[in-house]
Write a protein that binds this ligand. Structure first.
Ligand SMILES: [Zn+2]
Length: 375
């Protein structure tokens, strides 16, 4: 039996194999609190294994890692490790799960992986749509492409309503990628509503902001020297943020910039909720607009992303860090409504397990809510 991490998104530290027990740390890389892990177990088909995340209690959210239901992938098909095979040792602060590999190569991860190749494959499939334009916004420090998209019906020209969307500022927050897929597919749908949306709007997105950390299997949050979502300043450290700020400013000069949407994921036991840009608190009109969008998303999503699940403490982190956070930077610079959608990794508010299908449905609901919100 061997354990590998040298593949896109792979990451585990200090791997120890002791008989049928594989223990490891979620890799910290340059982050104070890790969370993401992804490893491949080879040549162990049919062998009952126990896997242990030794540093679970030191991951983001601490012992809420107990809510984690890891995923297993065989030949590209992913599923959750069943509840009865996962347990949490509250004294040792370690996450345990059992697994009997069905094949000589199984991949185990914190949550459903979504890599650069997945994004490129989906964009290539959608690129036949005449209203989708793929753009290269630049390159990451490691030379990876900053894959961006722009969606609009070019036959309807003039000033339009502009929506900007980003995801994976925190690389390990994979649900954002699936929600973005659902949003984009609904935006490109062959329905009268979507066609009208494309005539009246320009949707721009950079769906994999910290592509290097996505590919190297790092969680990415609070990374040194600066978190991507604390870098929306006059002098950004990260080239991707600098390019975003330039591009958004150009777009905002040409169009009526209505919404900035940032896709994230909460701590391991968190449910899905919207977090308004901090400055909207002091702007009654903007607050009402954000509330209206939240109510439309609640009505459109099933199970609903509820306004009631918004945790007041999320105001606190917005308050402390607001000035250099993407949503507040966009609100302040452009007067746009700006919001973060935190999307549950493991279970929604009803307790149901979530995954690619439900995340894409949230994305489609978001498109519907935005269309009604703009109308
Ligand atoms: Zn985040």
């Amino acid at each position: 039996m061997r354990v590998l991490t040298d593949f896109p998104g792979g990451g585990a530290a200090d791997i120890r194999i002791d008989g049928s027990r594989i223990s490891f740390d979620a890799p910290a890389h340059n982050c104070p609190q890790p969370m993401w892990f992804c490893l491949r177990v080879v040549e162990a088909a049919g062998q009952p294994l126990e896997l242990v995340v030794r540093n679970a209690g030191r991951c983001l959210g601490g012992d809420t890692m107990a809510a984690t239901r890891p995923v297993v992938g065989v030949d590209g098909e992913w599923s959750r490790v069943p509840d009865e095979q996962v347990w949490y040792d509250h004294e040792a602060h370690q996450l345990h799960f059992r697994l009997t590999p069905a094949s000589d190569q199984v991949t185990v991860a914190y949550c459903y992986p979504y890599q650069l190749a997945d994004l490129q494959r989906r964009l290539a499939e959608l690129a036949a749509h005449p209203h989708l334009e793929r753009l290269l916004l630049g390159r990451s420090p490691a030379g990876r492409p900053l894959e961006a998209v722009r969606v609009t019906d070019p036959s309807a020209n003039g000033r339009k309503q502009l929506i900007w969307c980003v995801a994976r500022q925190h690389a390990g927050e994979v649900p954002g990628s699936f929600v973005f897929e659902g949003l984009l597919e609904a935006w490109l749908a062959a329905t009268p509503e979507a066609a009208q949306l494309r005539r009246e709007t320009v949707l721009c997105a950079l769906p994999m902001v910290d592509v290097d950390a996505v590919e190297t299997g790092s969680y990415g949050k609070d990374q040194s020297p600066v978190d991507f979502n604390r870098d929306w300043t006059a002098c950004p450290h990260h080239p991707a943020i600098a390019r975003l700020l330039e591009t958004i400013a150009e777009d905002a000069a040409q169009h009526d910039y209505r919404l900035f949407l940032d896709l994230h994921a909460p701590h391991p036991s968190g449910v899905s909720f919207l977090v308004p840009a901090r400055g909207l608190l002091a702007d009654p009109g903007g607050w009402d607009e954000h509330w209206r969008l939240g109510a439309l998303l609640e009505a459109a999503s099933a199970p609903p992303v509820r306004l009631a699940d918004y945790p007041p403490h999320s105001l606190d982190w917005e308050l402390r860090l607001a000035d250099s956070v993407a949503t507040e930077a966009n609100r302040r610079s452009f007067g746009t409504i700006a919001t973060t959608l935190e999307i549950a990794y493991h279970r929604d508010a009803s307790g149901e397990l979530v995954g690619p299908t439900s995340w894409r449905a949230v994305g489609a609901a978001l498109t519907g809510a935005i269309a009604r919100w703009l109308a």
